[in-house]
Design a binder for this molecule. Structure first.
Ligand code: PYC
Length: 335
């Protein structure tokens, strides 16, 4: 077990209780440039009992209430993502992670990874340097810098299809299907100006597009649901200090307050596929609230595009969750 992991798991004299209602996990609440992550230090016993490759499917199905007990309303905001920490399958890795929001698990979450690295460093359990984490999408590497910034070398990202038509109430729109650790449909340029004053219109459009994709049976590889919709607007770096602004709809229906690292990874892969981004060139993307990630790509030996995203996080609370049997909203608000 790598140094520090024993501090994340419960000590042997306090074995995991076999009933999640008695589970009182210690959590660290963080936000990554506005987007919340609830880092769950004590993973649910039901998930710990499963093989790592079974956990994603279980949390998408019968064990979804576990995610809903941890994130979403009324315990936290519907934008929050949980990051469950498990002992890694490979002891040379720092930990295995399972990300989830209140509608199910995410294959990967860059803002969540940044939150985890910052939270572990805050607890004195992660030193500056590069650390490997296991996620359902594959291995990712988080580099923590002395000044607090975190760089996440994400999983291979790619553009899968271009100018795919979707029919909306405002007429047909064409976008790209791409993967950045999660599945995305990108409309670039956005048909609605990405401004905080337009949140209602941005949410309405992206929700309609996601529904239209689902109704049309448009999916990612292996029939994976396209559960994120990203809008991008070009910006002039000289004038605005960034290259694009984005708005990303997340699976639960909330929008990402950060520039969405998996969405930015997919965007960088699209730029590279169009010949508009060389390996190592830096791009800066701003979220609808004005927070920024920077990123670049490299190409690995297999010819895959590997994005690296840089951002930072802040801890806002250390607490333990309590699940009362009599709580009528133990499993979250009705959805
Ligand atoms: O930063 O990758 C991300 C992300 C995914 C969903 C919310 N944030």
């Amino acid at each position: 077990m790598p140094p520090g992991l024993s501090r994340v798991a419960l000590p042997p004299e306090e074995p995991f209780v076999q009933n999640s209602r008695m589970w009182k996990p210690r959590v660290i609440d963080t936000h990554t440039l506005g987007e919340p992550t609830r880092v769950v230090l004590d993973p649910p016993p039901e998930l710990v009992a499963l093989a790592p490759e079974e956990r994603f499917g279980a949390l998408a199905g019968a064990l979804l209430p576990l995610a809903r007990r941890v994130v979403g309303e009324p315990r936290t905001s519907d934008a929050a993502v949980a990051a469950f920490l498990f002992p890694p399958a490979d002891p040379s890795h720092r930990a295995a992670l399972l990300f989830a929001n209140d509608v199910g698990p995410l294959r990967m979450c860059v803002h969540g990874m940044i939150g985890v690295a910052h939270a572990l460093n805050f607890r004195g359990e992660l030193d500056p340097g590069t650390h490997t984490f296991e996620t359902p999408a594959g291995l990712v590497r988080a580099t923590l810098f002395e000044e607090g910034a975190v760089e996440v070398e994400n999983v291979a990202s790619r553009r899968v299809a271009t100018t795919v038509p979707v029919l909306t109430s405002g007429g047909p729109l064409r976008g790209d299907i791409c993967f950045g650790g999660n599945w995305f449909f990108h409309l670039d340029p956005s048909p609605v100006a990405i401004e905080p004053g337009n949140l209602g219109a941005l949410l309405a459009l992206t929700r309609e597009v996601r529904l239209a994709l689902s109704e049309a049976g448009i999916t990612g590889d292996d029939e994976a649901e396209i559960d994120h919709v990203g809008l991008f607007e070009p910006r002039d770096r000289g004038e605005h200090g960034c290259d694009a602004r984005n708005f990303v709809l997340c699976p639960g229906g909330a929008y990402d307050r950060s520039p969405c690292g998996t969405g930015m990874s997919a965007w960088l892969a699209r730029l590279h596929a169009r010949g508009r981004l060389d390996p190592g060139e830096i791009r800066i993307v701003e979220s609808v609230i004005g927070s920024r990630f920077s990123g670049r790509v490299s190409v690995n030996e297999a010819g895959e595009i590997i994005p690296t995203i840089r951002g930072s996080a802040a801890v806002v609370a250390e607490l333990s969750l309590v699940f009362e049997d009599a709580d009528p909203y133990l499993d979250g608000l009705p959805r």
